[in-house]
Write a protein that binds this ligand. Structure first.
Ligand code: PEP
Length: 250
């Protein structure tokens, strides 16, 4: 079974009246994709996109966040059991925008990972360094720490359900993409620390996505690298004619 996946992160974009048409256009263009395709959509569109993807093999829907408690007095929040009740497949956790704008840290994200798994869904765990960290040469240490803190308390069985998205923050929404070599180096490092913690087989099965200004023009070169299993795509996932070509490269 292929590790490959292309996941779109629509963030806080698209109206409910537009979302189904966007996802439908991607599905129509790639009716039998070679990889898993995931639409990470705003919460108010989860039900409608789930209804659509459930009719097609290899297409899935992701929430962009969830709360770390099952229920309670948390006005405006959405829990993992609520998402599971809708049949949601994946939950994107720890995106750098959640870390930066909403103060999320790896300890909190670890609790969310636990809730997502306990409710039968699959986490897409985002990690990645800011520019100053890369310039100081500390990117592997930082990303290693993010992964160890948020994920390495999981059993091997649970860890096997996690998708990792390496997203260098300096490449997100900036138009600057990591080179295929930079992506490969970090992905190989991530797979190596997984291997040390969980063994070679788990490491070999883990899906590790690259995210950061992925576009049709650079997707194939990035995904051609042996440890890059696909992409988490922001801006280019909002246009069917771009996203369909990235899916084709997956
Ligand atoms: C993202 O936010 O996950 C992302 C990768 O965005 P973009 O593709 O727009 O850089």
């Amino acid at each position: 079974m292929s590790r490959n996946m292309i996941a779109g992160n629509w963030k806080m974009n698209t109206l409910p009246s537009e979302g189904t048409e966007l996802a439908q256009a991607v599905i129509a263009a790639n009716s039998k994709p070679n990889c898993k395709v995931v639409f990470g959509v705003p919460a108010v569109q989860l039900a409608q996109i789930k209804e659509l993807t459930s009719k097609h093999d290899n297409y899935f829907v992701a929430a962009q966040n969830c709360h770390h408690e099952d229920s309670g007095a948390y006005t405006g929040e959405i829990s993992a059991p609520m998402l599971a009740d809708l049949g949601i497949d994946y939950v994107i956790l720890g995106h750098s925008e959640r870390r930066d704008y909403f103060g999320e840290n790896d300890e909190l994200i670890a609790k969310k990972v636990r809730k997502v798994l306990d409710n039968g869904m699959l986490p897409i765990y985002c990690c990645g360094e800011k520019l100053d960290v890369r310039e100081a040469g500390n990117h592997e240490v930082l990303v290693g720490q993010q992964i160890k803190t948020a994920l390495f308390d999981l059993s091997a069985e649970d860890f096997g359900k996690v998708v990792i998205a390496y997203e260098p923050v300096w490449a997100i929404g900036t138009g600057v993409t990591a080179s295929p070599e930079q992506a490969q180096d970090m992905h190989a490092y991530i797979r190596e620390i997984i291997s040390v913690q969980y063994g070679k087989e788990v490491a070999a099965r883990t899906t590790i996505l690259y995210g950061g200004s992925m576009k049709p023009a650079n997707a194939a070169d990035l995904i051609a690298k042996p440890d890059v299993d696909g992409g988490l795509v922001g801006g280019a996932s909002l246009k069917a004619e771009l996203f369909k070509d990235i899916v084709a490269a997956g």
